[in-house]
Design a protein. Structure first.
Length: 457
């Protein structure tokens, strides 16, 4: 044989998993694997899974079924592809996965990716790691990342896990308690990302604004303090952070939105529900008024800031009046973009055992009503961009010749056709002012301005 081994990684779920998949790729490439885009001729397939809603876990099991068929075919030509399941389903199910899906060789939780090469050598029964020591993970994974060019938009995990215990959520069980990385490590990784081409950096954490890492020189650093430090790094032109909890949105962080020009005017601030009674049962530790206050303060600190949110319909006990409160909150806040979900009972979380589970049909009905409003708001937000000049960070070439796709400060995809003679590749990673000439529900069309007019709405 002697050929390079090939690995295929499939990612489900959140941005944290996208980031983790890059770390898995680093570990595997230091172990001699080359990455491939399909499982067909891979020697190893890694499924980096998500456990946040039921369907996500079921998707993993059906994917394992499809891979089984492929493995049977491969076996006829003497090939044996291994399968590793990583991520939150791995953490939650542990060795149960080996029993339920016989073609799984390794089960590895989100804090143990550095163990992957070792686990791949072990007999199946011992190839499960659900260890819970984020420090080890970051220390072990750091060096491998230093050699890869970065895309213009990059993620940087600064915090993992959560101590909030919202009653619908598995994260505190799958990702464990809150852990913040030390400031020095984060700044080093950010400098490295910037030197490798990152321009727009999103700080990640399940509860990112609870960040309280060890500060350089002693003491504790806050997310606001960290943002000021990151803004000083040459090459980082845009900063974002996600996902935040309203309770951890302190005044220092709100003010940072008014004083750090690199901090983009777009914030994902999940509210989950607009009903005080539901928020209480969700153990969100705040009511709708606190959320409205935060929105007012943010808009005062950074006029024009756009907001996005996560919303759940059909949480146990949600009445018509509770749902009407959610609709009302959405109407008042006016979101740029939102993710909305039907409540999905997760075993082991308090919500799953609560009385008043809402029938599936009612959840479907409410979700449709909510999404119609959210789609309207998103289209209106995009339409508002027409005629404006925005700095666009070019990320990738488009489907058509001379087309390039970039990102606005508000995370909108902007499609631009370059003038004759210009090559998309020369523009990647650069920020240019574009006039927005057209809007759709999911993207904008812009024209490159020859003169650089720097105006930001
Ligand atoms: N059911 C439905 N949605 C959920 N989320 C988390 N857990 C559940 C659940 N059990 C949603 C929340 C969270 C987002 C990442 O996923 O809105 O903010
Ligand atoms: Fe889950 Fe977010 Fe609540 Fe933490 S704050 S328990 S991650 S929903």
């Amino acid at each position: 044989m002697g050929d390079t081994r090939k690995a295929f990684i499939k990612t489900y779920g959140c941005q944290m998993n996208v980031y983790d998949s890059q770390r898995i790729a680093d570990v595997l490439s230091s172990d001699g694997y080359a990455l491939v885009d399909t499982p067909e001729d891979a020697d190893l397939t890694v499924l980096n899974t998500c456990h946040i809603r039921e369907k996500a876990a079921e998707k993993v099991y059906s994917e394992l079924g499809r891979l089984r068929v492929m493995q049977d075919k491969q076996a006829q030509s003497g090939k044996a592809m291994k399968i590793a399941v990583a991520g939150c389903v791995a953490q939650a199910e542990g060795d149960e996965m080996l029993r339920r899906a016989k073609n799984v060789d390794v089960v590895v939780g989100p804090q143990a990716y550095q163990e992957l090469p070792d686990l791949l050598q072990k007999p199946k029964q011992q190839a499960v790691s659900q260890s819970f020591a984020p420090e080890d993970k970051f220390a072990a994974l750091k060096s491998a990342a230093l050699y890869r060019p970065s895309p213009p938009t990059a993620f940087l995990t600064i915090q993992e896990g959560c101590d909030k215990f919202c009653t619908f959520c598995v994260v505190p069980y799958t990702r464990g308690g809150e852990f913040s990385r030390p400031e020095a490590d984060i700044l080093n990784e950010a400098r490295s990302l910037a030197s490798r081409g990152a321009r727009d950096v999103t700080l990640l954490g399940q509860n990112v604004n609870a960040y309280h890492g060890e500060k350089i020189g002693g003491g504790t650093q806050s997310l606001a303090g960290l943002l000021y430090e990151l803004a000083d790094i040459d090459g980082i032109e845009r900063l974002r952070y996600t996902t935040s909890h309203p309770r951890d949105m302190d005044d220092g962080l709100i003010n940072a939105h008014g004083t750090i020009p690199q901090l983009m005017p777009y914030l994902h601030l999940p509210v989950q529900s607009g009903s005080d009674a539901v928020l209480k049962r969700m153990n969100r530790r705040h009511g709708r008024d606190l959320y409205f206050d935060l929105v007012d303060k943010l808009r005062a600190a950074r006029p024009g800031i756009a907001l996005s949110s996560d919303l759940i319909v059909g949480f146990p006990g949600e009445s018509d009046a509770d749902f009407a409160d959610t609709m009302d909150l959405v109407r008042r806040v006016k979101y740029a973009q939102c993710y909305s979900f039907k409540y999905s009972p997760r075993a082991g979380t308090p919500g799953a055992d609560m009385e008043g589970q809402v029938p599936e049909e009612l959840k479907t009905e409410r979700l449709a009503e909510l999404q119609a409003l959210l789609n309207e708001q998103q289209s209106a937000f995009n339409a508002g961009a027409c005629g404006q000049v925005m700095p666009v960070l070019f990320e990738r070439s488009g489907k058509y010749e001379a087309q390039i796709i970039g990102r606005s400060p508000y995370m909108q995809a902007v499609h631009v056709t370059l003038p004759a003679g210009a090559e998309p590749i020369d523009f990647l990673g650069e920020i240019h002012d574009c006039e927005i000439v057209q809007s759709g529900p999911n993207s904008l069309a812009g024209q490159l301005l020859t003169e650089d007019v720097k105006t930001l709405a």
